[in-house]
Design a protein around this ligand. Structure first.
Ligand SMILES: Nc1ncnc2c1ncn2[C@@H]1O[C@H](COP(=O)(O)OP(=O)(O)OP(=O)(O)O)[C@@H](O)[C@H]1O
Ligand SMILES: [Mg+2]
Length: 416
């Protein structure tokens, strides 16, 4: 057996966790990292430093590789299309990746696929015109509304919940101004739009109704170029300040019909868009006496925070599966290995954790599976996560498991 080379663009924690599984499977990962001391570079032997939009760096990266894949969506799609045209397997392909990179493109595709999503509209023009467009949308769908930058957002950056007064507040106002300015500049400069990574200047914004969800769910699947699909159980995810903080797998008490519906939604997207690799579909669920309604929030085409639980709670982790899928290797089983798995993210606390935090966290709960990314501390930054499996499926038992995982994370944050 000769080890296939898989090229990966991006050197954060997702590439780092791909490397863990690549080592196990004898796959040679070659990762284009932003800095020589980043999360992935610390553990990857073959980790050239370069930018994702540096054509020479990317060409050197993919030389001799069986395929190229990504750990983030902010890619130079023109460059990827050229490489694809030259015969390199780009997985997922740029046409599919666009749906994870551009929330407006995603909303249009979901509409074309007749899948459920929040009411939405695109706003563009000068700041005054955009304010009027938001007001018209809110008159129809109610306040508050959610304003999003179509590209470049992550962890809640690029998402604003605004009420009628909020439109004039600093952040919303500055978005409207800069979007209008970019559009004006774009019109003067002609095509091109700046050509920055992530798809150029933002010249319009996405506005959505604020869905009064009872909880957020996510469906994670992997798809091979040959069409094979494997789906993990639907999970519940909890966000705080736009950042995923906890997940519970499977989503406790979810109506089985709603779970099947969620899976159908994800499969439809994967097949229509010819997605290869891991696809995460974030959903809003409104659960009431009439049943469960689902709305698509957004898509990711790479291993995703909602799938970190699979490292310790499923037969095949999302990182191993992503490698298998993009190399067109047979997929692994996605069944859970425990009745419930909880995941709690470790976000940087207000001060760095003391030197003995890791030892104390380990001592507190030997069952906890601690994952650290080797990243420098910063308040709010994703530094790691803790997975914990439990035999419990009842609300009290699951709550207790969450408390245990939180207690471990609290020590790692330096809080106790
Ligand atoms: N239309 C909406 N209605 C209600 N809440 C919303 C809506 N859109 C976004 N949110 C809330 O904001 C969070 C972040 O939104 P979104 O997933 O679009 O942003 P993001 O920064 O791209 O996220 P990610 O970190 O997952 O890439 C959602 O998980 C949800 O809690
Ligand atoms: Mg999201």
């Amino acid at each position: 057996m000769s080890a296939p080379i898989l090229a990966v663009i991006g050197g954060g924690q997702l590439a780092r966790m791909m490397q863990e599984e690549a080592s196990v499977l004898g796959i040679h990962l070659r990762t284009l990292v932003e800095a020589p001391n980043g999360a992935a570079a610390q553990v990857t032997v073959d980790a050239p430093v370069g930018r994702a939009d540096d054509a020479d760096a990317v060409r050197a990266l993919v030389a001799g590789a069986a395929a190229v894949t990504f750990e983030h969506e902010h890619q130079d799609s023109a460059l990827l299309s050229r490489l694809q045209a030259e015969g390199l397997p780009v997985r997922p392909a740029p046409e599919a990746l666009l749906l994870a990179r551009d929330k407006l493109a995603m909303r249009r595709e979901v509409e074309a696929a007749v899948l459920p999503q929040p009411a939405w509209t695109e706003i563009a023009g000068d700041a005054q015109e955009m304010r009027a467009q938001v007001r018209r949308f809110a008159a129809e769908h109610g306040w508050p509304v959610v304003v999003k930058t179509p590209r470049g957002g992550y962890d809640g950056h690029g998402v604003l919940m605004v009420d009628s007064a909020g439109l004039d507040h600093a952040e919303a106002a500055s978005w409207l101004e800069s979007t209008a300015a970019a559009r004006a500049g774009h019109a003067c400069a002609g095509a091109g739009g700046g050509g920055s990574l992530g798809g150029g200047a933002v010249t319009s914004l996405l506005v959505e109704e604020a869905v009064p969800f009872t909880r957020e769910l996510a469906v994670l699947l992997a798809r091979r170029p040959c069409g094979q699909i494997a789906v993990w159980p639907v999970i519940e995810s909890v966000q705080s300040g736009g950042i995923c903080v906890e997940t519970v797998a499977p989503a406790p008490g979810l109506d089985p019909e709603a779970a099947r519906h969620a899976v159908r939604i994800a499969r439809t997207i994967a097949e229509r868009a010819d997605v290869t690799g891991v696809l995460a579909v974030e959903l809003f669920a409104v659960e009431d006496s009439e049943g469960t309604r689902l709305y698509i929030n957004e898509l990711a085409m790479r291993p995703h925070n909602s799938g970190h639980w699979t490292q310790d709670g499923a037969v095949t982790s999302q990182f191993a599966q992503h490698l298998r899928a993009v190399l067109d290797l047979p997929l692994g089983a996605t069944a859970s290995i425990a009745p419930t798995t909880v995941m709690v993210n470790l976000l940087g606390g207000q001060t760095p954790a003391p030197a003995d935090a890791l030892a104390r966290a380990m001592a507190l709960d030997p069952q906890a599976r601690i994952h650290l990314y080797g990243k420098r501390w910063r308040p709010g930054r994703k530094l790691g996560h803790v997975n914990l499996t439990t035999t419990a499926t009842d609300p009290e038992g699951i709550a207790a498991a969450r408390e245990r995982a939180r207690a471990v994370v609290a020590i790692l944050r330096g809080e106790s």
